[in-house]
Design a protein around this ligand. Sequence first.
Ligand code: PGA
Length: 324
Amino acid sequence: MIHATLHQLKVFEATARHGSFTRAAEELYLTQPTVSIQVKQLTKAVGLPLFEQIGKRLFLTQAGQKLLETCQGIFEGLSQFEMAVSDMKGMKQGQLRLAVITTAKYFVPRLLGPFCQRYPGIDISLKVTNHQHIQERMANNEDDLYILSQPPEQPELKIHPFLENPLVVLAPKSHPLVGQSNIPISALDHESFIMREPGSGTRQAVQKLLKVHKVDVKVRLELGSNEAIKQAIAGGLGISVLSQHTIISEGTTGEFAILDVEHFPIERHWYVTHLAGKQLSVVAESFLQYLMEESHELAEKFLPNLGRDSLKQQLARKTVSGAA
Ligand code: PGA
């Protein structure tokens, strides 16, 4: 192994991650034969096969799996070192890998703006996806920090709550229930419902509440995006339950109303989390601190209508415009 180069380890890591020479070559801007030669040389240095090819796909052998874990440790260590050196030089530099649930995409970029201005040397990768995919990313240790509203029990996490993320019943403004107070939850029984996809935390929270109250909504449409659901509501296809954040920052299009249904809003929070055993990079540590210190101030600026009190006021005004 003493003859293996860092470059070979990089090539091996990408091949293992993709399970394909071709995809690794694309990622690293190399040719496919270069990738397979590098892996061959590394295999020779190790003295055991690293991959098994079954059909078109490559699978790691036991030695390959061990080497992959070693590579990840080496790269993590090197990037920590790089950041520590930048920090010693007095300038925060490096990469911040964030994965956030779909509703956080409405707010996190606003947080990132001032953070990047403060530390211009930081590169950010931001992945927006649903709860299930976030959990998969956690299992593979793909990111530094995760923002979500329903932290899973596994893997073990360090969890910091930071802002409210209530779920509200959204209907088109022309819906007959708009303006009524304290609508019994059983009234949802008769409504055409638009539901998020399996794997969505929103869907899980809604289904749990409906189950507790034995409400069996007619799911007319299942959609994998909050924005698509909003369009479907506006198009009169039905009502849905979404995070209040999904309607917080758009202009006064006036297309939606929040229905005052009992047991709603479902009160939830956003949490910023990281794997309990993970040594956070200097950059991730700084972002976590920044988020905890600044998010409330930024929320007051960008999310003036968030929260229970504000919802009550809006409902008291009978209808809520799209800018609510
Ligand atoms: P989801 O999460 O995209 O998994 O539904 C959104 C939320 O919980 O706010």
